[in-house]
Design a protein around this ligand. Sequence first.
Ligand code: IMP
Length: 181
Amino acid sequence: MIYFVTGNKNKYEEIKRYLSEKIEMKSIPYPEIQADKIEDVALHGIEFLKEKLNENFFVEDSGLFIKALKGFPGVFSSYVFKTIGNEGIKKLMKGIKDREAEFISVIAFYDGKINIFKGVCRGKISEEIKGRGGFGYDPIFIPYGSRKTFAEMSIEEKNEYSHRGKAVRKLKEYLDEKFRD
Ligand code: IMP
């Protein structure tokens, strides 16, 4: 059994599609430090949790980086979502032509050593808030290759494009190799 330590059911649902029979969600709060890089947030989480769990486990941290805002909200994504939300980002982006943005997901998996799997999804911030699915910034992000926001997609479709889908496919490759026999 592998534990995915998160309080976010949506992330669990997305990741479960790839590792269904093997994983269990565990909601143990861990400190999310204010670092410059998503990787550091995840690594710090592992350091905090590794003494508390006896099974293999992983955490996933992510963020939205908007080019015209010099990478904002980035590592502040969670705080910014809770405060100004999608309406606030829409306002900040008003009149800005360059809508380029990327989502980054970092999965840190602990099995006695720390393994990092990273996924990046490039796309743009939509002009309008659209769709009812997903969570967080999904209604304002359109990945390259699609005309829909993440919030207008099924979990499977979002996974094909998303930062998290990319990171979890790398984790799955690692696990398939590790538990091959
Ligand atoms: P954290 O990794 O849970 O700290 O997430 C950082 C912030 O980014 C939260 O506000 C999430 O709602 C948002 N976020 C992370 N991943 C996604 C995603 O796949 N879609 C939309 N928002 C996301």
